[in-house]
Ligand binder design. Structure first.
Ligand SMILES: Cc1ncc(C[n+]2csc(CCOP(=O)(O)OP(=O)(O)O)c2C)c(N)n1
Ligand SMILES: [Mg+2]
Length: 666
């Protein structure tokens, strides 16, 4: 590790003031935004980016860069200022001038993919902090595999009072302490202010005691004293535990009348206060102008890791695992996936068994973790129920960091956000399990995965009243609809073992979208008994059983465990001379991507379509044309053996056949 350069105090002050000026001017120009946090944390950020952070604006994607996460995403101008000042090409002064404007990459809150230096999308407080836990897990895991010649970096976070108040921070930081993630360093903007006023209105946590109890190393410094900040970061790096550095700051530092108040949190300072701040800071430059001598100091700082990067590149060239390492970071899945899925399907068909789809999922995973040796699984304390752990996967622990299975504990939210962090870090495809009903607990992180367009796979078992005796607290009814409402999330609900294999393949192939697999607790019949060479789930829906003569009088469409009910209904309808087609629809989102003609070939426009799903009907009207062409749930479930529940709630082949008959006879 090269010696960190020290910068003269007056120079460092000018560099910090450059962040303050850009932040207050951009917020003023946009007439919206949050100047307080960037102004308060300017020294901390300057020390980090000039003396510690390993990064190269000329090579933003350098795999061994330190990760920097702005968990307090409202302070986005802090990040944008740093990116511009250190010389990230895509973060131009124009982009800063256009802060928060349409099509500018400088969105209200940092958005992954908009600028090269944005490691994750933040804004919903606490998420970034939990992402960082996942990044630190991924770093440690990859280091254990490839060695510190190729993987050897830290994850830094700036988090505020809001991040630490959020429940997710408790889950994530407890997990980080348990996992002894010594490369995770959190710089806490300990300013005692949030939107409503002083934090004492709402919180009286002993932050130090709290984090120490998690097994963290905690330091407390004056966040405007560069030497103290540097000493604390150096100590944090040297400590084997995750570190929290409480940086005591004044929000809006430099604004003579507004600093230290919640008024500076999320509103422009106003013209007069901007002028007064310039005067107080001795900053004479015009808005958006950084004096050459200050900009060149920053640009120089931006090159400080270039040599280290070049040395790393040499190490990579010398590594006999170079190609594999790069392919893995690019997210390329082994080309044999298709063939292996085909083998699994054949074996499942030949077995003739009808396992629960959660059990089928485990069978598939037994092979997948071999095909994709960088899948890292886990569960929020439901491993045996979610069937997420295969025989080959060993637990990931501080002593065995190369383990591929994470016991997340009962921490669904942190699990989902940490999985996002792993996917963002790269080199890992994370999947994790809980019950579908508890997807409410990890939903905010699932939404962000969808917004960012990252590959994270959620295994959500016990997917309906079909779970039976645990009752309505555990029986999802609205969750499929709620998940389907999230743009860019693929919700898969396979009908049998073969479809489960196909859906897993499709989820793995999505490099720019997260997936949720809704799986049954109860056994389901094997329906895909005919040999085939293609992945029939790829179109989202397909004709599982055609009507006699190819011209249906009615089409029954269903997902998951209800496809078997539709098949039984088809049989009884045909006994009465009514030709019925059964369409299995494991993924509405993929079906919605087909053009209308292709959709019509599966769900014809000239006969009634009746949908069946043991959940609320919201969303199905798009495919049936009318809300009442649906057999499913309208209330919460109940506690009983599942067959009784299907009878009680009228989700039976008889009910489907009767409704279909009524539709046909008008
Ligand atoms: C989950 C979530 N809840 C609420 C908000 C709205 N919000 C944005 S910033 C903020 C206050 C945060 O306080 P702090 O982290 O102390 O930031 P500071 O005022 O010190 O900049 C709130 C409530 C949010 N962004 N995310
Ligand atoms: Mg605060």
């Amino acid at each position: 590790m090269p010696q960190a350069p020290t910068i003269q105090a007056d120079r460092l002050q000018a560099m910090a003031n450059a962040i303050r000026a850009l932040s207050m001017d951009a917020v003023q120009a946009a007439n919206s935004g949050h100047p307080g946090m960037p102004m308060g944390m300017a020294e901390v950020a300057t020390v980090l980016f000039t003396q510690f952070l390993k990064y190269n604006p000329a090579e933003p994607g350098w795999p061994d860069r330190d990760r920097f996460v702005l968990s307090a995403g409202h302070g986005s101008m802090l990040l944008y200022s740093l990116l511009y000042l250190t010389g990230y090409e895509d973060c131009t002064i124009e982009a800063i001038r256009n802060f928060r404007q349409l099509d500018a990459p400088t969105a209200g809150h940092p958005e992954y993919g908009h600028l090269a230096g944005i490691e994750t999308t933040t804004g919903p407080l606490g998420q970034g902090l939990a992402n960082a836990v996942g990044m630190a897990l991924a770093e440690r895991y990859l280091r254990a595999d490839y060695g510190s010649d190729l993987v050897d970096h830290f994850t830094y976070v700036i988090a505020g009072d809001g991040c630490l108040m959020e429940g997710i921070s408790h889950e994530a930081c407890s997990l980080a302490g348990h996992q002894r993630l010594g490369r995770l360093i959190v710089l806490f903007d300990d300013n005692g202010i949030s939107i409503d006023g002083p934090t004492s209105l709402a919180v009286s946590d002993d932050h130090t005691g709290r984090f120490q109890a998690y097994g963290w190393h905690v330091e407390r410094v004056d966040g405007h004293d560069p030497a103290a900040i540097a000493a604390a970061i150096a100590a944090a790096k040297a400590d084997a535990r995750p570190s929290l550095i409480r940086c005591e700051t004044t929000i809006g530092f430099g604004a003579p009348n507004k600093s230290g108040t919640s008024g500076v949190h999320g509103a422009p300072l106003g013209k007069e206060e901007v002028t007064a701040t310039r005067k107080a800071l001795g900053w004479d430059a015009e808005p958006f102008v950084i004096p050459d001598e200050v900009l060149s100091l920053w640009r120089e700082a931006g090159t400080s890791s270039a040599e280290e990067q070049a040395a790393w590149q040499t190490q990579l060239e010398q590594s006999d695992r170079k190609m594999e390492f790069l392919a893995r970071l690019d997210g390329v899945v082994n080309a044999s996936l298709d063939a292996r899925i085909h083998e699994i399907k054949t074996a499942m068909r030949e077995s003739g068994k009808g396992p629960a789809t959660r059990a089928a999922s485990q069978e598939v995973l037994e092979t997948l973790v071999d095909v994709v040796p960088w899948m890292v699984g886990g569960s929020a304390d439901l491993t045996g129920s979610n069937n997420t752990k295969t025989r080959a996967l060993a637990p990931q622990t501080p002593d065995a960091p190369n383990g591929r299975y994470i016991y997340y504990g009962v921490r669904e939210h942190a699990m989902a956000a940490a999985m996002n962090g792993m996917a963002l870090h790269g080199g890992v495809i994370p999947y994790g399990g809980t019950f579908l009903v508890f997807s409410d607990y990890n939903r905010p992180a699932i939404r962000l995965a969808a917004l960012m367009g990252i590959r994270v796979i959620h295994v959500l078992t016990h997917d309906s009243i079909g779970l039976g005796e645990d009752g309505p607290t555990h029986q999802p009814v609205e969750h499929l609809a709620a998940l389907r409402a999230i743009p860019n999330l693929l919700v898969f609900r396979p009908a049998d073992a073969v479809e489960t294999a196909e859906c897993w393949q499709l989820a793995l192939e999505q490099t720019r979208a997260p997936s949720a697999l809704a799986l049954t607790r109860q056994n389901v019949k094997l329906l895909r008994t005919e040999a085939d060479t293609e992945n029939r789930c790829r179109t989202g829906a397909y004709i599982l059983a055609e009507a006699p003569g190819g011209t249906p009088a009615v089409t029954l469409v269903a997902s998951g465990s209800e496809v078997a009910i539709a098949m039984d209904a088809k049989e009884s309808l045909e006994a009465e001379g009514i030709a019925a087609r059964v369409v299995s629809m494991p993924c509405m989102e993929l079906f919605a991507r087909l053009d209308e003609e292709a959709q019509r070939a599966i769900l014809p426009g000239d006969c009634p379509v009746l949908a069946v799903e043991a959940a609320i009907g919201q969303g199905w009207e798009r495919w049936t044309g009318a809300p009442d062409r649906f057999i499913g749930m309208v209330t919460f479930g109940a506690s009983a053996p599942y067959q009784q529940l299907y009878n009680r709630f009228g989700i039976t082949a008889e009910a489907v056949a009767a409704r279909a008959k009524a539709l046909v006879h008008g």
